[in-house]
Ligand binder design. Sequence first.
Ligand SMILES: C[S@@+](CC[C@H](N)C(=O)[O-])C[C@H]1O[C@@H](n2cnc3c(N)ncnc32)[C@H](O)[C@@H]1O
Length: 258
Amino acid sequence: MNRNYRLDFLNYLRFAAIILIMLFGLLFDPINAAFANTSNNTSNNIYQQKAASSDGIGKIYMGREISQVMGHQGAMWLERPTREAQEQPSKIASALDLKDTDIVADIGAGTGYMSFRIAPRVSDGKVFAVDIQPEMLDVINFYKKETNITNVEPILATPTNPNLPPKSVDLALMVDAYHEFEYPQEVMQGVVKSLKPGGKAVLVEYRGENPFLAIKRLHKMTQKQVKKEMKAVGLTWIETKELLPQQHLMIFEKQVNS
Ligand SMILES: C[S@@+](CC[C@H](N)C(=O)[O-])C[C@H]1O[C@@H](n2cnc3c(N)ncnc32)[C@H](O)[C@@H]1O
């Protein structure tokens, strides 16, 4: 009888331990946490998922499928010698009307192609060259040594956060990059936080209105779509400069009181 009682008691302890372990697992299990995050992301319906197009990731934001990220293997293409003639990036740098003390963030900087063209225009300021691929930052560090340009500061971002200091940036530039941000709303909220009041966000995107432009479909954007997505993060459209052969240059502003 006594022995049976002890066995019952031991079984009861084992049962209680199993329940405790299960509860602990439910609360702290990382897989569970990941599911919790997924449902957070989808519960506010910012993004939807469908089968991916050939140049997309199947994730839809405000009616647009997000494109694939250009891998660091494409670094040579970004630095191609014909780019100046094709895209006229020096016109982008002049159109930004920068002051020499300005702090610029080049988000999705890649090899720093634009960062190094802008840096001499902000000789008493600096350029944060932001990218999610460490290999791109290696290239930026290489060019820093090669060119002796010291006011370019590489920053490793995450897909959801540009990792910029708050209220520090006069102008955030995104050249041929925004369409491939996997979490565009989160990144742009980070960009807005990093802008000083009255700071500018400038997007340069291939014209999505032109079906004959020989660029993959999801790597182009219409003005209408860009305006809609920037409005969603509280940015005000100021103007679009149509001075580039293939791309829109769209200027947005963070309101002074935001
Ligand atoms: C097509 S390249 C353009 C590079 C550069 N702006 C230029 O014009 O040469 C796009 C870059 O955006 C980067 N990128 C993609 N998603 C990003 C994100 N969430 N935050 C920062 N960079 C990102 C990619 O790693 C890639 O280097």
